[in-house]
Write a protein that binds this ligand. Structure first.
Ligand code: ATP
Ligand code: MG
Ligand code: MG
Length: 551
């Protein structure tokens, strides 16, 4: 298991355990089921569940389901799948903020009773105007001093459905002159007739996020409530609510910086836009930074967890380079997946000195350092496919692959020499005529050095496969960095190239999501949706190899 990287949240937890403030820790991951999780959420998942594992505590999965119009069962299901796929398990049952609707209502009545909440009839527009600005204090609403009894009655009638949507809100009575706008009598309940995925039509008033979140944390005995930095200004409200109420405990909210990744987006709303406007094929499009998209692309949970460990936790904002994520995935795949050969841009080679119809088979291990991965037979015959890019008529300097009159080794097989390049009417090379040196199987040729090694497949034995070559989704590092431009302008038109390639017969029965290294090309994964074992083979390029080997 990887060694934890120290950070300020660990320091706080260790101090709390050492001082006896807490005997053990309880964290939570609190997504709103209004979209699919993305790589930013993965950071939060790894943090919350990871801390619980490291300190033998517990971590809850709690849905923040207080915006009924935007939430769905599909999203809630996908979130659970994603957390489990990343390798984590929440403590006990899944929790829902809606489980606490009755308790939240009672606490609101308690606030009213204490004179710390009131029903306001101001329109949304008037309320905005009364709120003031960063530089100007707000003004008290004319309804602010309603007697508690009247507020209790009005709040009960809000719940009973006597008033139209938006006509009243319940507000916390804090301080309209506070420099922190979040404390200028924030709304804590609104009237909204919307069908809720869990409570149906039972409620027509819904609690607001800030009010719900802190009480939910307290009811679950959360010790450390970890959230992203944009909630720093909400912490005084979090603490204010809990300070007024007889809740079981008062969790500590601690903020850390959001993950942002170059060449992609970490905003659910914008990702949703990509999906609904068909700019990608869905939430699980392998170009998406969603967990389900990364999964379909072939990323491993171990690689993503290592990424989260490596980027660390801090309070400083930074945009992480995509190469950090890709590096973690590559390193993990390097030791984990079998290696086979595939050709994605085929060029036919005819071996002139090999007998037609004959097959010569050699055994080859699936991984140079993992004999336990087993081996397969690699057949050689008169016609083979090589990668078109491995041949050049006029090679650039330093070229170690095939040229007219030159030699190259076929991986696991002979050294071949290119005797002739056949061209079509417009001068494109369409086929090579080569000869083998029969004395080079498993040994170096006599009297000369052949440096280049290329991958290849026997034409007769290769299987056709659809190969999806993915590239970054955006052409610029920060697609939403320029306020004057729309991120959709920067979608990379070449983010997906589909080619008809060839693969070794060894992958014929690979189950969906099986991963391979296609030697020299990169890491690939059998598509989770479209790949059919023994039938239509579809492989996604997960990530390229850093270097193509030359030996
Ligand atoms: P978005 O802004 O993409 O809609 P969100 O914060 O509204 O994200 P939630 O479902 O509320 O989405 O997020 C659940 C948890 O994941 C929260 O605790 C949130 O702070 C955390 N989280 C969301 N995005 C990131 C990110 N980019 N980096 C780290 N943590 C994140
Ligand atoms: Mg949120
Ligand atoms: Mg959001």
């Amino acid at each position: 298991t990887p060694i934890p990287v120290p950070h300020f949240i660990r320091n706080i937890i260790e101090a709390d355990l050492a001082s006896g403030k807490h005997k053990s820790i309880v964290t939570r991951f609190p997504p709103e089921p209004n979209g699919y999780l993305h790589v930013g959420h993965a950071k939060s998942i790894c943090l919350n569940f990871g801390l619980a594992l490291d300190y033998q505590g517990r971590c809850n999965l709690r849905f923040d389901d207080t915006n009924p119009e935007k939430e769905s069962e599909e999203y809630a299901r996908s979130i659970q799948d994603d957390v489990r796929w990343l390798g984590f398990q929440w403590d006990g049952e899944v929790r829902w903020a809606s489980d606490y609707f009755e308790a939240l209502y009672d606490y609101a009545v308690e606030l009213i009773r204490q004179g710390k909440a009131y029903v306001d009839d101001l329109s949304a527009e008037a309320m905005r105007e009364y709120r003031g600005t960063l530089t100007a204090p707000g003004r008290n609403s004319p309804y602010r001093d309603r007697p508690a009894a009247e507020n209790i009655d009005l709040f009960a009638r809000m719940r009973a459905g006597e008033f139209p949507d938006g006509s009243k809100v319940l507000r916390a009575k804090i301080d309209m002159a506070s420099p922190n706008i979040n404390l200028r009598d924030p709304a804590i309940y609104r009237i909204r007739r919307a069908h809720h995925i869990r409570t149906g039509d039972q409620w027509c008033i819904y609690p607001m996020y800030d009010y719900t979140h802190c009480i939910s944390d307290a009811l679950e005995n959360i010790t450390h409530s970890l959230c992203t930095l944009e909630f720093e200004d909400h912490r005084p409200l979090y603490d204010w609510v809990l300070d007024q109420l007889p809740v079981p405990c008062h969790p500590q909210q601690i903020e850390f910086s959001r993950l942002e990744l170059q060449y992609t987006l970490t905003s659910k709303r914008k990702l949703n836009q990509l999906v609904t406007e068909n700019l990608v094929s869905g939430w699980d499009d392998p170009r998406m930074p969603t967990i389900t998209g990364m999964r379909r692309r072939g990323y491993t949970p171990e690689g993503i967890r290592e990424f989260a460990r490596r980027i660390g936790i801090s309070k400083s904002d930074n945009v992480v380079d995509m190469s950090v994520l890709e590096g973690c995935i590559r390193e993990d795949m390097e030791v984990r997946v079998p290696r086979v050969m595939a050709v994605v841009k085929p060029l036919k080679v005819v071996i002139t000195n090999f007998v037609e119809g004959e097959t010569q088979s050699r055994e080859a291990g699936f991984h140079p350092n993992h004999p336990e991965f087993g081996s397969r037979v690699v057949p050689f015959s008169k016609e083979i496919w090589i990668e078109a890019d491995d041949f050049a008529e006029t090679p650039p300097p330093g070229w170690q692959r095939l040229v007219p009159g030159g030699e190259v080794r076929l991986r696991y097989s002979y050294v071949i020499k290119c005797d002739e390049a056949i061209k079509d009417a417009v001068g494109n090379v369409v086929e090579l005529r080569c000869s083998i040196d029969p004395d080079t199987l498993g040994k170096n040729p006599q009297g000369r050095k052949v440096k280049g090694v290329i991958h290849w497949l026997s034409v007769e034995h290769a299987l056709a496969a659809e190969v999806r070559l993915y590239d970054r989704l955006f052409t610029v590092a920060e697609p939403d960095g320029d306020k004057a431009r729309d991120f959709r302008e920067f979608i990379n038109p070449e983010s997906l190239t589909v080619v008809q390639g060839w693969v070794e017969a060894a992958v014929r029965d690979a189950a969906p999501e099986t991963r391979y290294q296609f030697e020299r090309l990169g890491y690939f994964c059998a598509d989770r949706r479209d790949h059919q074992p023994g039938g239509k083979l579809v492989f996604n390029r997960t990530v390229t190899l850093k270097d193509s080997w030359t030996k």
